[in-house]
Design a protein around this ligand. Structure first.
Ligand code: 5GP
Length: 123
């Protein structure tokens, strides 16, 4: 899939629409999800034209390592290490990816339960 520069996260990165920013540097932006699924629900995005994890993972090991090192730091700075947190990244239709700019969800602040909704497990 070609990258669409008009996707909502590209607009947030460019500052064209607002977001509650948690962290920003030259490579990465983290901001609160507009529809929180947990008390802490932060999205971390690279500042590059990557549709999804599959796309981003092919961009080079250094870039991937740098990105996930920042995800770790953001989660730690949010105070989530002791009680725990979950990282999610959705790639494509079966994962219900809804924004076609690679992003990692950081979820925490409560007991998050099982990996998937029970009734979605055995289909
Ligand atoms: P996905 O389903 O693609 O993994 O996750 C996309 C996430 O982006 C969803 O959790 C959704 O709530 C969030 N989202 C969609 N539009 C906006 C927006 O305009 N601002 C913010 N902060 N989050 C958004």
């Amino acid at each position: 899939m070609a990258y669409d520069k008009e996707n909502i996260f590209a607009k947030i990165i460019r500052g064209e629409i607002p977001a509650a920013k948690i962290y920003e540097d030259d490579d990465v932006l983290a901001f609160e999800d507009i529809s929180k699924a947990a008390p802490v629900h932060v999205l971390v995005v690279p500042k590059g034209d990557f549709v999804s994890f599959d796309d981003f993972a092919k961009s080079g090991a250094d870039k991937v390592a740098n990105f996930f090192a920042k995800v770790q730091k953001i989660a730690a700075d949010l105070g989530l290490v002791e009680n725990g947190y979950r990282l999610i990244t959705n790639h494509g239709a079966d994962a219900s990816q809804s924004v076609a700019h690679f992003h990692v969800h950081i979820l925490g602040g409560r007991e998050l339960g099982g990996l998937l909704d029970d009734d979605e497990k055995i289909r």
